[in-house]
Design a protein around this ligand. Structure first.
Ligand code: AOF
Ligand code: ZN
Length: 345
């Protein structure tokens, strides 16, 4: 990989990013075709069932792409799915070299493209693990990778908390914990995922729309986990999934409920509370990423609603997380953490 390879692959990542949150159950993928340092065409996978990134890229080429290098964030597919194999197209178009961001975790492909393309005389290069653009390519497909290999969706847990860890006061008032900058950012988080999920308590307390209020954003699935309280029909619409009705949720088996979501083609879920659902998901080891917004407010009231309601523990048994990012929005802090990783002191 030369430094110009890295630059072009980073461009492919940017192309893919435009369609994050729109391609499920497929991953977002970006591709571009380059010859003699000149971009001949670019493309992205826009929607499941529609052409793959490579197909859109080659169709967009302003001249014959023969002899060019194709940069693609994900290994080109090698079998028929809803669309024909991209490997065949690359051979037909006489592509000289293919630079791949990361291999496809889908067992139907899983590295087969490398031998197939090489057998056709095409030079193949895979971004090495140490390369930042490789990490970006892998991050793009993290939800798809989890879903295709485990049958469970990638789960992000987002909460807005006071400094002392409450998501609502004792009257259940939860509006305006965080400021407008943090709330705006949540709109972007919603736009990136396939479904937004909350517990029934949150539905009844807030009647949240949970939709990304952004121009051009697609409506998302709203998943209501109605274990304790029934949800009034007025709170539902055609994009609502009720866990007990639509996902065969029995009130205990959260993994089965999440598998039912995945079976519907939902790879990426954003859970926005409440505290009991958040705690149950965490204790069941189902959370991949925590996004905790802390507002500089303190309630100091044990009767307020805790954001992370897990069974009480002593320090040696504390649930431990790994911080991967820390940012701030206005007066609020966002801490991004990973659960389910072995940590040592
Ligand atoms: C690519 N380029 O842009 C994408 C790929 O049903 P299909 O034909 O759309 O195939 C879906 C599978 O193709 C999907 O599970 C994943 O393995 C791969 N996605 N591959 O070459 C693309 N989106
Ligand atoms: Zn393909």
């Amino acid at each position: 990989m030369t430094s110009s390879d890295e630059v072009f692959l980073a461009r492919a990542v940017a192309l893919a990013k435009q369609f994050v949150g729109r391609t499920a159950p497929n991953p977002p993928v970006g591709a571009l075709c380059v010859r003699d340092g000149r971009i001949l065409g670019e493309g992205a996978h826009q929607k499941a069932g529609e052409p793959h990134a490579e197909v859109n890229c080659l169709a967009a080429c302003t001249e014959d792409p023969a002899g060019s290098t194709l940069y693609v964030t994900l290994e080109p597919c090698s079998t028929y799915g809803r669309t024909p194999p991209c490997c065949d197209l690359l051979r037909e178009k006489h592509i000289r070299r293919v630079v791949i961001g990361c291999l496809d975790p889908n067992p139907r492909h899983a590295g087969r493209a490398v031998t197939l393309l090489q057998a056709a005389g095409i030079e193949v290069e895979i971004a090495p693990r140490v390369c930042p653009v490789e990490a970006a390519c892998r991050a793009l497909i993290a939800p798809f990778a989890k879903a295709i290999t485990t049958g469970l969706p990638y789960l992000r847990l987002k909460l807005a908390l006071t400094l002392d860890g409450y998501i609502a006061d004792r009257d259940n008032a939860s509006r305006w914990i965080t400021g407008p900058e943090a709330r705006d950012y949540v709109q972007h988080l919603r736009a990136k995922v396939d479904a937004v999920m909350v517990g029934s308590g949150t539905v009844l307390a807030d009647a949240p729309s949970l939709q990304p209020h952004l121009p051009g954003a697609d409506p998302k699935w709203r998943v209501f986990v109605d274990r304790t309280t029934p949800i009034p029909p007025a709170a539902c619409d055609e994009r609502t999934l009720l866990a007990t009705r639509d996902l065969a949720y029995d009130g205990t088996d959260l993994p089965a409920m999440l598998r039912a979501l995945c079976a519907r083609g939902i790879n990426d879920v954003l859970c926005e509370g409440g505290g009991r659902l958040a705690g149950a998901l965490l204790e069941a080891g189902l959370v991949d990423e925590l996004l905790l917004f802390y507002a500089p407010k303190i309630l100091g009231d044990p009767a307020a609603r805790p954001g992370l309601a897990i069974t009480p523990r002593r320090l040696p048994e504390a649930m431990r997380l790994r911080m991967v990012d820390c940012d701030h929005f206005g007066n609020d802090v966002l801490i991004t953490l990973r659960a389910n990783e072995r940590l040592h002191d």
